[in-house]
Design a protein around this ligand. Structure first.
Ligand SMILES: C[S@@+](CC[C@H](N)C(=O)[O-])C[C@H]1O[C@@H](n2cnc3c(N)ncnc32)[C@H](O)[C@@H]1O
Length: 323
C-alpha cells in the first residue's frame, strides 16, 4: 500500500475539523471521520441489517447487470474506486471485467486505512490477475496518484450512496473536479439512493438493533481517544430523521443534558445545552431529474441507469461529456 500522497497528516485535518465543527452554531462534524477501525467494522455490520436496504439493492443491481455495465467499454479498462470500503460489491465488476480481459488494475482510495488494507489483501489473494494499488486518503482532495498502465480508459466507481453525504453544492464541486481529472472515454459509475417513504428511509438509519446508533456514537469515542476528550457517551443519543423538504436523512447526536466537554489535546471546552445536537451526517436522496441535472452540470452525459426490482436504488453510468 502506498503512503498517501494526498493526506500526509490526516490528524491535522481532523483536529481542524473538530475544532471548527464543535465551535460552530449549530454544531456539526463531517461524516468521513466515522471510519476509524471500529467505525469501518460497524459500517460493515450496518450493511447486513434488514433495515439497510441500500447495500442489498445495489448488490442486486451489480449482480444482475455487471456484464452489461462493462460491455460499454472497449478492453482494457482500469477501475478506480472512491470510498471503496470492503469492496464486496466491486467483485461483481471485477468478475465481469476479468471475463473480458486478462489482467486488471484496480485503484481504490479510502480514508480508512484498516478497511483499505484488509480489502486490498483479500482481493489480491482471491484475484491473482488483479493488480491492486490502494491509496489511503481523502478523495475530496483529488485523485492523487491514479495511473493508467497502457493508456487505457478509466471507470471510476463511487458506490454505496457516498455521493449522498455531500450537499448539492459540494456534490457539484466534487464531481466537477473528478470530471476535470478524467478524459474522453472515461466514465463514472455512481450509486445513488432514491427518494422513497420516510418510514423506509428513517428505519435504514435508525435500526432496531442499535448498530447505526453505535456507529454514530463511535465518533465521540474516536474524539475521546485521539484528543483525550471526556465525552460521556451515556449522555448523548443517536437521532435520525428524514427531512422531506431537503430530501435528506439527517443523523445527529443529541446531548441528553446541559454539559461541558473538554478536549485536552485541543485545549478546547465545549458547552452543550440539553437537547442540543451535533449534526453528524446527511444522506441526500435523489430523483432521476436531479441525477440528470447533476450529470449535465458537472460535465458528464448519462449513458444508462439501472435499478433494483423495488426501484429503491440506482446505479448510473455517466460518460465524460465532450467539452
Ligand atoms: C458509506 S461507506 C461505502 C463503502 C463501500 N463503497 C460500499 O458501497 O459499501 C463510505 C466509505 O467511503 C470512505 N470515505 C468516506 N468519506 C471519504 C473521503 N472523503 N475520502 C476517502 N474515503 C472516504 C469510508 O471510509 C468508507 O469506506
Amino acid at each position: 500500500m502506498k503512503p498517501s500522497p494526498i493526506s500526509a497528516r490526516p490528524e491535522d485535518a481532523f483536529a481542524k475539523d473538530v475544532r471548527a465543527g464543535l465551535t460552530a452554531q449549530p454544531k456539526s462534524l463531517p461524516p468521513k471521520y466515522f471510519y476509524d477501525t471500529l467505525g469501518s467494522q460497524l459500517f460493515e455490520a450496518i450493511c447486513a441489517l434488514p433495515e439497510y436496504y441500500l447495500t442489498r439493492s445495489e448488490t442486486e443491481i451489480l449482480q444482475r447487470h455487471a456484464p452489461e455495465i462493462v460491455a460499454h467499454f472497449p478492453d482494457p479498462l482500469s477501475l478506480v474506486e472512491l470510498g471503496s470500503g470492503s469492496a464486496v460489491k466491486t467483485r461483481y465488476l471485477l468478475d465481469a471485467l476479468l471475463a473480458k480481459q486478462k489482467s486488471l488494475l484496480y485503484q481504490p482510495i479510502d480514508i480508512s486505512e484498516s478497511i483499505l488494507r484488509q480489502s486490498a489483501r483479500q482481493l489480491s489473494l482471491d484475484y491473482p490477475q488483479l493488480l491492486v494499488r490502494g491509496q489511503v486518503g481523502d478523495y475530496t482532495k483529488g485523485l492523487g496518484q491514479i495511473e493508467r498502465q497502457h493508456n487505457e480508459a478509466l471507470l471510476v466507481l463511487f458506490l454505496g450512496s457516498n455521493i449522498g453525504n455531500y450537499n448539492p453544492d459540494e456534490a457539484r464541486q466534487l464531481l466537477t473536479a473528478l470530471r476535470q481529472s478524467l478524459r474522453p472515454g472515461d466514465a463514472l459509475l455512481l450509486g445513488a439512493d432514491l427518494k422513497k417513504s420516510a418510514e423506509v428511509l428513517t428505519a435504514a438509519y435508525d435500526d432496531a438493533l442499535g448498530v447505526t446508533a453505535a456507529f454514530n456514537l463511535n465518533l465521540l469515542n474516536r474524539i475521546n481517544r485521539e484528543f483525550e476528550a471526556d465525552f460521556d457517551l451515556k449522555h448523548f443519543a443517536h437521532r435520525a430523521h428524514y427531512n422531506a423538504d431537503d430530501g435528506r436523512v439527517e443523523m445527529h447526536l443529541v446531548s441528553q443534558k446541559a454539559q461541558r466537554v473538554f478536549l485536552r489535546r485541543l485545549n478546547l471546552s465545549i458547552n452543550f445545552d440539553a437537547g442540543e445536537t451535533i449534526h453528524t451526517e446527511n444522506s441526500w436522496k435523489f430523483d432521476l431529474a436531479q441525477l440528470q441535472m447533476l450529470a449535465t452540470e458537472t460535465g458528464f452525459a448519462v449513458r444508462q441507469t439501472w435499478f433494483d426490482q423495488a426501484a429503491f436504488f440506482s446505479c448510473n453510468l455517466w460518460q465524460v461529456a465532450s467539452s
